[in-house]
Design a protein around this ligand. Structure first.
Ligand SMILES: [Zn+2]
Length: 59
């Protein structure tokens, strides 16, 4: 089985990729080069670390 195209790690990555969008978002989204809070949609500057609107922050 040395020629198996996918390792377990690759399958796990696929799993995360497929399901990641339905889970709690852990990263900033971007809108017009501004950070956008995935929880409330608030727009923040590049150096923002937490959302000042709803308090969300990247995990
Ligand atoms: Zn927010």
């Amino acid at each position: 089985m040395a020629s198996a195209p996918h390792s377990d790690d690759a399958l796990f990555d696929d799993f995360l990729e497929t399901n990641g969008h339905q889970m709690t978002t852990t990263r900033w989204e971007y809108s017009y080069n501004k950070k956008q809070c995935p929880e409330c949609g608030g727009i923040h500057s590049e150096d923002a670390r937490t959302c000042t609107v709803c308090g969300w922050k990247p995990v």
